[in-house]
Design a protein around this ligand. Structure first.
Ligand code: ATP
Ligand code: SF4
Ligand code: MG
Length: 342
């Protein structure tokens, strides 16, 4: 395997997905800005975590990255090649290199097919491998994800949730992808099983040089697996940076609230408790200015009228590449973050 350092695998620029939603016969269509201008770079062997509450646009982003949906705007490049202007044939080929794994693998595993057939299906469709070669490959990948040879002849219902997620991961690996978009891959699993699947994913990443886009509503789940983190709120990124920046020096009030809602065992990491109050606003009718203003303890008039731009925090110049969209951060109005815990 060749290891080229810092090889840019996926580059997204200002990606948007705006859905037109019918409101009835006599009303004009409403527009849901499910994803509203997202940019990132994903390097070989790295993990970008995408975090935010339900409805913030995580899965929509995942569908665009895997070309299940075409963005309404923006650019997406895989290894420098613009995905959105490629011919259908070339797109289909590239799609093999960017695989997706879902939260509920049971829904995506055909209950009438044995594991062997499920794993070999992508090979039947996309390769010229013989039956024997397909079986060899399936068994090899099964071993990599911790499944046994005898599982080849079994049906999905005979497996536990964690094992089914291993099957889904194995299927995602059958075509030697560069990127795996994992949409809440462990959210349906018990905590103890979550750790096993996360460890497996990290091992596979090492072995195959995979890049991950790891989607989760839970920041604590991504603390160990992420290299970079993107926090989303109503279709927009509110904070983006390295794992260290996000977990050791979080800035945006929404990130602070998400972090304070996850239990912290080590006292030095405990933070001021900030309760996330109020409902998530409707994406059909998003608030003016900063979309978070109705739930933010730092909101002022400027927040209610002017949308903050995602930018570097100039007060802190050594914080390279740490982007925040918040007026209060820019105005230095946020209180010290950590609280002494008795
Ligand atoms: N095909 C569609 N047509 C119209 N609106 C859509 C469509 N798909 C998603 N949406 C809306 O876009 C927004 C983002 O949805 P999305 O499923 O991407 O969020 P999510 O962050 O994955 O949420 P969850 O954590 O619940 O999975 C939501 O308001 C959703 O209702
Ligand atoms: S811009 Fe204003 S409302 Fe939005 S997060 Fe910052 S302080 Fe809160
Ligand atoms: Mg989702």
């Amino acid at each position: 395997m060749s290891h080229t350092d810092n090889q840019l695998i996926l580059k997204a620029e200002n990606l948007k997905q705006h859905y037109h939603v019918k409101q009835g016969f006599f009303k004009p269509d409403a527009v849901v800005k499910a994803v509203d201008g997202i940019s990132f770079n994903l390097e070989k062997g790295k993990t970008l975590a995408v975090v935010g509450e339900s409805g913030c646009g995580k899965s929509t982003l995942g569908r665009m990255l895997t070309m299940i949906e075409t963005p309404t705007e923006g650019r997406l490049a895989h290894l420098g090649e613009d995905l959105l202007t490629l011919s259908k044939d070339a797109q289909a080929k590239l799609r093999q290199k960017i695989q997706i794994i879902f939260q509920n693998p049971y829904g995506s595993l055909n209950p009438r097919k044995k594991i062997g057939a499920i794993l070999e299906e992508p090979l039947v469709i996309n390769t010229k491998l013989s039956k024997a070669e397909r079986k060899e490959k399936a068994l090899a990948i099964m071993a990599k994800v911790g499944l046994k040879t005898e599982h080849y002849e079994r049906y999905p219902h005979m497996f536990s949730g964690g094992q089914r997620q291993r099957i889904a991961i194995a299927r995602g690996l059958m075509l030697d992808p560069n990127v795996i978009v994992a949409d809440e891959p462990v959210s349906a699993l018990d905590v103890s099983v979550q750790a096993q699947v996360l460890n497996l994913m990290m091992d596979l990443q090492q072995e195959f040089g995979l890049s991950y886009v790891f989607i989760s509503h839970d920041l604590s789940v991504v603390e160990h697996i992420a290299d970079d983190v993107m926090v989303m709120y109503l279709g927009k990124v509110v904070e983006q940076g390295s794992r260290e920046q996000l977990f050791n020096n979080p800035q945006h009030p929404y990130t602070l609230a998400l972090l304070s809602s996850t239990p912290q065992l080590s006292p030095e990491k405990r933070r001021v408790r900030i309760k996330l109050e109020g409902e998530l606003p409707s994406p059909l009718n998003p608030p003016s200015g900063c979309a978070f203003h109705g739930r933010c303890r730092y909101a002022n008039d400027r927040c209610r009228s002017e949308t903050p731009v995602l930018r570097l925090n100039h007060a802190n110049e050594q914080e390279k590449d740490h982007l925040i969209a918040c007026h209060a951060v820019e105005e230095n109005r946020i209180e010290p973050l950590k609280e002494q815990v008795a």
